[in-house]
Design a binder for this molecule. Structure first.
Ligand code: TRP
Length: 336
């Protein structure tokens, strides 16, 4: 039996990048012999300032996106992190297992803290220890994430190993990352060098799962390209991505949406004009995203329904996490 855990930050809306890069893969992992736990990591979100009302709405929106994208909340567990106290309890233990030197090597902290590191929250610094706790409080065996989370998963393995060594137990599993490939990495529509991001100031840089058909068509029409027609069939995609990042990003998105091989899409469209390609891409995107955004909007209009689903998920998550936390307390020597 494999146990899958992954997390997504409930900040801002959900983009096509989140969908193709993560959520769709999470949905595909729901199969026999896999137990999937998907978490909106609101405790991680507040490592940077979040407006409380917006945080609550974003949590519902991300929950709605997961469910609308095919994650079945009866089969899988979908919940928000703050509702399962064991995440925070284990994170404290891990704060005492992990070494300051390990944290100092985390590149995401350096990126997020920026120049003014002295003013970053202590939570942002400890972020990776909480992430390790998210995974290990369920003794998850597999963690599907993007490439940017690889370092955090290596740290998770180091923390598990050090805990096992320090307390002379064979308690935590050594978790395997399931890294999503570059093929599903969706870049900004305005600059092919940057990841498509919900924090980009320009809304034209991204497709939101809540965008209407007209908005999608307009964003694709205005997406940055170059003056050349579409690349020839023979061009190596890796080289292409380096030299014509915008062109190859759109090709990639097309292939990912259609579920076909990027090379086949490249062959089919070789030498054609972008205006023709963009209109096909917009049609394909609307066809694929429309059912998701419709269901998402329905759920977001029914707050009670989504809140009930998340409350049920939290309860089932607690039922898994609490006994494991009891064992950890015993191992550490915390008197019951
Ligand atoms: N740090 C992850 C991200 O930014 C989110 C996350 C938090 C996560 N806890 C996790 C991912 C546990 C996988 C497992 O994408």
């Amino acid at each position: 039996m494999k146990r899958i855990f992954s997390g997504i930050q409930p900040t801002g809306g959900v983009t096509l990048g989140n969908y193709l890069g993560a959520i769709r893969n999470w949905a595909a992992l729901q199969q026999e012999d896999y137990e999937c736990i998907y978490c909106m990591v609101d405790l991680h979100a507040v490592t940077m300032w979040q407006d409380p009302a917006t945080l609550a709405d974003s949590t519902r929106e991300v929950g709605a996106a997961l469910i609308a994208s095919g994650i079945d909340p009866k089969k899988s567990i979908v919940f928000n992190q703050s509702q399962v106290a064991a995440h925070s309890q284990l994170a404290w233990v891990f704060n005492c297992v992990a070494r300051v030197g390990w944290m100092n090597r985390m590149t995401q902290f350096k990126d997020k803290a920026g120049k003014n590191r002295e003013n970053a929250s202590l939570g942002l610094y400890a972020y990776p220890a909480l992430m390790a706790a998210d995974i290990l409080i369920y003794k998850a065996t597999h963690v599907p994430v993007g490439e940017d989370q690889r370092q955090h998963l290596e740290l998770t393995r180091d923390i598990a190993q050090k805990f096992n060594n320090d307390f002379k137990v064979d308690f935590f599993p050594i978790t395997e990352p399931l890294i999503f490939g570059a093929a599903t990495r969706v870049m900004s529509l305005r600059n092919g060098e940057n990841k498509m991001s919900k924090s980009d100031p320009s809304d034209m840089s991204r497709i939101n799962l809540t965008d209407t058909a007209d908005e999608i068509a307009q964003k694709i029409r205005k997406a940055k390209t170059d003056p050349e027609p579409l690349p020839d069939a023979g061009v190596d995609p890796e080289e292409g991505r380096r030299e014509r990042p915008e062109a190859f990003n759109l090709l990639n998105i097309y292939a990912a949406l259609e579920g076909s091989d990027a090379a086949d899409v490249q062959t089919a469209w070789a030498g054609k004009s972008f205006s023709e390609f963009k209109s096909a891409l917009a049609d394909l995107m609307v066809a694929k995203l429309e059912p998701i955004s419709t269901e998402m909007r329905r759920l977001m209009d029914n707050k009670d329904e989504i809140d009930r689903i998340l409350a049920d998920g939290s309860e089932r998550a607690r039922a898994l996490a609490d006994p494991i936390m009891q064992d950890i307390n015993d191992i550490v020597g915390f008197l019951r």
